[in-house]
Each structure stands twice: as structure tokens, then as C-alpha cells.
Ligand binder design. Structure first.
Ligand code: FAD
Length: 449
């Protein structure tokens, strides 16, 4: 990075943008007299998936190049900033639970279950080796006493507290934003609508030649030069006025909205619903991947089968809610993803289907009286940023090929886990010129953008 004044802009106040802002202020080269950092958030900090995710951290997440670093950084952040109290950080057991109760097998339920045919898995579940599958219900842990014993079919450990932890994602994101502000970051509520570019004066004649060739060999002078970042313009949330500020570096951390600013970014979106429930009594610390058969009964009473007239052929027969108990006597439950409603303009415009939330509530209520008789405290939906390319599956972290334009996006179902590593690595790329804490060549945006 050049020695002169730098105006660094981060677009997006989700967990990735806020954690990036935090790590920029912690980098040894950060000097507030030379470096201005502005974070733009269109609606509210953590208003997207970052405030509505489960919050599981797992050593078996992906991609392997950053997962161990991020797991350790989460632990260090919790130590440094009292994460136990500030954002509910704790180590936690993780298991797979298969359970079934006849309450779900009613014909009235059949209509709503047809919707499940449009659902997609979020991709977080760890698949267990075939030989370890389906341990009998007698191996059910004693402290999982908040499930109805007669509903349990099987339980198996996925990982213990050595390899899994959790955070409350909204509290974590908001704390990162606050700490970043305390460290000198300016947080602006406004929607960035354009990134301004200028010809790159620092290009060598060779680079200009290459740019000229790329452009077909017939563009001369300045126009042949590669562009570089110069400014961002935004609509101020409070006044609706259009404004612009200078920028030498722009980090796009806009989650599923990233392609709005950079159409070549191969990121799409998947909606997912979740609920929170205050159970009837405090429950033990577990993250559970469940399988709950939900197919309705058919006429012969042996459960729905393909070909039964009352049952649509494509009906999903198993619901797989993820159930996370949290320290403040809250249980978070999320369902699968759907493509029913395309990504809206912003986080405030996300459509929440009451029926999808009710399906999640009914499913967990059928296997746990503590949850079924508890108080539903929120019903929500959000959009997961999904990578459209194969290979590592993202995220994309680093330079784009346009001088000054960086990406920190496409974190799919592991953005909460991978946020600290992403933020730290982006701070290294900006201040040191390269990522030093991990080898992230496979996550280089220039491979796909
Ligand atoms: C149901 C569910 C459960 C999940 N559970 C887990 C989990 O247990 N563990 C885990 O690691 N991950 C989990 N995830 C994944 C995780 O939530 C995401 O990967 C992560 O939140 C992505 O963060 P982000 O900051 O990139 O995007 P977002 O949270 O979407 O944030 C992007 C922000 O950018 C803002 N923005 C967009 N465009 C602009 C613009 N032009 N100008 C200004 N601001 C803009 C938006 O308003 C938004 O606030 C889960 C996801 C879902 C959907």
C-alpha cells in the first residue's frame, strides 16, 4: 500500500464487513492520521443473514484454508472482549438427532408440507461415516432431556467442545461494529449505488499495453489504461440524498447483494427461515442437526408413499431443522433454504412466510414439549450468499484485478465461522500487500470474477 493518505471504504455492515473494519483498526500499520475507514450499511448493522444465522463455529467447516485460523481468532476475540457476556461465546456439543412423532402425520398438515418440496439444504450438516450412523436411542445423552423420550429414534455425536463453539451472530456483529467505531471507523447508514473509477495513472507501459490488447488493440491513450477505484456514491438513509466520497480502496462485503455492485461476482442467494423460542425451562448446550419425518399418513396408515393419491409425488418426507440452544434461555431453530422469492432490494424488504416459520415450529414442537410449550420470540427470514462456482465453494477474499477493488463475499453457510479470518486476511492484503496468516490462493477472486 502506498505511503500517502488512503481512503478505505467497506460496503456492507454484515458480519464480514464489520469484522473486516475491526481488523483494519487492529493492524499495526493502521494510522488514523493517514488512513480513513468508512463502513456503509444500507439498512441496519446485522440486518441480513449475519443477524439471523445460527452461530455455529466448527473445525469441520469449510474451506479448510481458513477454518482453523478463524476458529482460533473467534476464541481470541472472545478472550479479548469478554465474548462470553458480549455475544454468548461458548464451546458446545454438536450431534445428529433423528426423531418422529405421530402428531405430524395428520392429513391437515399435508398441504403445508407440500411446500417443503421447494426447500434446499443449507449445506452446513456434517455427514457422518456410514459405519457410525444411526446409533440406537439408548445412547441418547442424559442432558438432552428437553426432547420427548418416546420420539427419539437415534442420536449420534458429531463433535465435542474441542471442535465446536457458538456465538450469537447479531451480538457479535454489533460488537465488532462498535469496536471498529471505537478504533476510528466511521459507520454510515447509506446504500452504496455506484463505485467510481478513474484511469490508473500508476500503470506501467507494459500494463497499459496489456490493457490495450485486452480491449481489442484499438483503444489509445488514457482509455487503454486499466481503471482504478476513485470514489463511491451512496444514498444517505436518513435524508435520501445522493452523496459521494473519495475512495482509494473499496472492499465489497455486501453478502448476497454483492453482484449488484460487481455483476461478474458469481454469487447468488437462497432464502431461509428461522425462529427463536423461549423454552419452558433452561436447556443444555447443544447444536443439533435433526431429521424429522413429516410425510402425512395415507389411507392404509403406513405413511405416505410415492403414488398415494393424497400425496404429491415430490413431497419432502423429512424435515431437517437445525436446533441451537443459546445461553440466555433461547433456542434458535432454522429450516432449509428456498428459491420461492428472489432477493429483494434490501434486508428490510425480506418477505417472511408465516407458514414456513410455522412448519419449523410444528416440527420441533412435535418432538420436544419444552419447545412446543415455549414462547415463540421471533419469526424471521434472510438470504444466504451462495457461490455459483464449483471447486472450493468460496468465499472470495482479496483483490479483483481492478486496482483498489477487493471482495470479501460469498461465505455461504459458514460466514459466521469464517468472518474473523476474512477480516484479518483482508487487513493484511490492504496493509501488507498480501495475506500472511493463511494460504488463500484458492479463494482469490481473480480466479472467477
Ligand atoms: C438460516 C441460516 C443459518 C446460518 N447459520 C450459520 C452458522 O451457524 N454458522 C455460520 O458460520 N454461518 C451460518 N450462516 C451463514 C452466515 O449467516 C452468512 O454466511 C453470513 O452472515 C454472511 O455475512 P455477510 O456479511 O457476507 O452478508 P450479510 O449478513 O447479508 O450482510 C451484507 C450486508 O451488506 C449490506 N449491503 C448490501 N448491499 C449494500 C450496499 N449497496 N450498500 C450498503 N450496504 C449494503 C446489507 O444491508 C447487509 O447488511 C447461516 C445462514 C443462514 C441463512
Amino acid at each position: 500500500m502506498a505511503d500517502g493518505k488512503q481512503d478505505i471504504v467497506i460496503v456492507g455492515g454484515g458480519i464480514i464487513g464489520c469484522t473486516t473494519a475491526y481488523y483494519l483498526t487492529k493492524h499495526p500499520s493502521f494510522d488514523p492520521s493517514r488512513h480513513s475507514i468508512t463502513l456503509f450499511e444500507a439498512t441496519r448493522i446485522g440486518g441480513g443473514a449475519s443477524g439471523k444465522a445460527g452461530g455455529l463455529l466448527a473445525q469441520w467447516a469449510y474451506p479448510a484454508s481458513i477454518v482453523p485460523l478463524s476458529f482460533d481468532l473467534h476464541s481470541q476475540l472472545a478472550e479479548a472482549h469478554d465474548g462470553v457476556r458480549q455475544w454468548g461465546y461458548r464451546r458446545i456439543n454438536c450431534g445428529k438427532l433423528t426423531a418422529k412423532d405421530q402428531k405430524l402425520s395428520t392429513s391437515e398438515a399435508a398441504t403445508s408440507w407440500t411446500q417443503l418440496a421447494t426447500w434446499f439444504p443449507l449445506g452446513k450438516r456434517k455427514y457422518i461415516k456410514e459405519e457410525n450412523r444411526d446409533l440406537p436411542a439408548k445412547d441418547f445423552p442424559d442432558d438432552l432431556d428437553w426432547f420427548n423420550a418416546k420420539s427419539i429414534k437415534s442420536y449420534e455425536d458429531i463433535s465435542t467442545t474441542n471442535a465446536t463453539a457458538q456465538v450469537n451472530p447479531l451480538q457479535f456483529t454489533m460488537t465488532m461494529a462498535r469496536l471498529a467505531e471505537e478504533g476510528g471507523v466511521k459507520v454510515v447508514l447509506g446504500s452504496v449505488d455506484a463505485i467510481g473509477y478513474a484511469p490508473d495513472d500508476q500503470q506501467s507501459p507494459r500494463e497499459q499495453y496489456v490493457a490495450n490488447e485486452k480491449a481489442g488493440g484499438f483503444i489509445a491513450g488514457n482509455a487503454a489504461r486499466e481503471k482504478r477505484v476513485q470514489s463511491v456514491s451512496y444514498i444517505d438513509k436518513a435524508t435520501s440524498e445522493s452523496r459521494s466520497i473519495p475512495a482509494t480502496i473499496v472492499v465489497i462485503a455486501a453478502g448476497p447483494w454483492t453482484p449488484v455492485l460487481l455483476p461478474s461476482a458469481p454469487i447468488s442467494s437462497l432464502r431461509a427461515h428461522s425462529v427463536t423460542i423461549r423454552p419452558t425451562k433452561p436447556v443444555s448446550a447443544y447444536c443439533l442437526f435433526t431429521e424429522i419425518p413429516v410425510a402425512p399418513e395415507d389411507a392404509d396408515g403406513d405413511g405416505a408413499e410415492q403414488g398415494d393419491p393424497a400425496v404429491p409425488r415430490e413431497i419432502a418426507k423429512v424435515m431437517c431443522p437445525e436446533i441451537y440452544s443459546r445461553p440466555n434461555n433461547e433456542v434458535y431453530v432454522c429450516g432449509s433454504g428456498d428459491n420461492v422469492v428472489p432477493l429483494p432490494a434490501n434486508t428490510d424488504a425480506v418477505e417472511v412466510s408465516r407458514q414456513d416459520c410455522q412448519n419449523i415450529i410444528d416440527a420441533v414442537a412435535s418432538i420436544s414439549d419444552e419447545l412446543g410449550n415455549g414462547v415463540v420470540t421471533s419469526r424471521r427470514a434472510c438470504y444466504l450468499p451462495v457461490m455459483n462456482v464449483g471447486g472450493s465453494g468460496g468465499p472470495l477474499i482479496g483483490e479483483t484485478g481492478v486496482p483498489g477493488l477487493l471482495l470479501a463475499a460469498g461465505h455461504s453457510c459458514w460466514g459466521i465461522h469464517n468472518a474473523p479470518a476474512t477480516g484479518k486476511l483482508i487487513s493484511e492484503i490492504i496493509f501488507d500487500g498480501e495475506a500472511t496468516s493463511a494460504n488463500i490462493r484458492s479463494l482469490d477472486p481473480r480466479l472467477v470474477v
